[in-house]
Design a binder for this molecule. Structure first.
Ligand SMILES: [Zn+2]
Length: 244
């Protein structure tokens, strides 16, 4: 076979493998996101409880501060009571004390209720934690597998790109240009195998004379219909692993 044609066939095989690798690598972020999404769905109740626990703890800290304020104010009003000079001031001070006491008591009740909520949430979160952690570990293991796979695929991709680079340098520039143009125009497939008298890319029948010439493999010939460069592999028994 024409050596340039053989090189073009090898180039296309490499380009197809490179494209497949690139596509495979490109699917990984989606797969990772899907895994995370599944985990979040399965852990949604747990995560919601955890976040409610956080909120309750924050509320609790705030209520403790409010309670301290209210208690200080109550003390102050009690001291005021000692210094009243008349009945009106006395009545006013009592009213303040009464209101402050009510506030303290209300805050104490709220704190108790909140502590109960916190306790329940803590217990539930604690109960579910081992299961969720096991799930998380599974997800992390899968993510690590993806990372390893991407690493391996990227190495392979780089190796193939290098091979491709070297091969391309040995191809006649005008042929390489023609190949590249066809790759763009024909969705990555610049060459087509001829089988049973037809172009395997566009399925059109090849003229008998062209078919005979393609079988000889001496010239670079194009399909009349799709312009792809044609080649003939010989007997179907010795298909050397070209993916069409
Ligand atoms: Zn064709």
């Amino acid at each position: 076979m024409n050596p340039e044609l053989e090189k073009l066939i090898a180039l296309q095989e490499l380009d197809l493998k490179i494209r497949a690798l690139e596509e495979e690598i490109a699917t990984v972020p989606m797969k990772r996101a899907e895994l995370e999404r599944q985990f979040e769905t399965s852990a949604a109740e747990y995560l919601e409880k955890k976040s409610r626990l956080e909120t309750s703890r924050r509320q609790h800290r705030q209520l403790e501060v409010d309670l301290q304020d209210a208690q200080l104010r109550l003390e102050k009003y009690k001291n005021d009571l000692m210094r009243v000079r008349n009945q009106t001031e006395y009545a006013a001070a009592l009213r303040e004390i009464d209101m402050a006491k009510k506030l303290v008591s209300a805050l104490e009740t709220q704190i108790l209720e909140l502590l109960e909520t916190i306790e329940t949430l803590e217990r539930e979160v604690q109960e579910q934690t081992p299961e969720i952690e096991a799930k998380r570990q599974q997800v992390d293991a899968r993510l690590a597998e993806y990372a390893t796979a991407v690493e391996r695929l990227t190495e392979e991709l780089n190796r193939m790109r290098q091979q491709r680079e070297h091969l391309a340098q040995t191809i006649r520039p005008d042929l390489l240009n023609r190949y590249m143009r066809l790759v763009e125009l024909r969705d990555g497939l610049a060459l087509a195998e001829v089988r049973d008298g037809s172009c395997t890319a566009c399925y059109m029948t090849i003229r008998p004379q062209v078919y005979a010439d393609v079988r000889k493999g001496e010239e670079i010939l194009a399909c009349d219909h799709c312009s792809r460069i044609l080649y003939y592999r010989g007997a179907p028994a010795e298909s050397s692993g070209s993916a069409a």
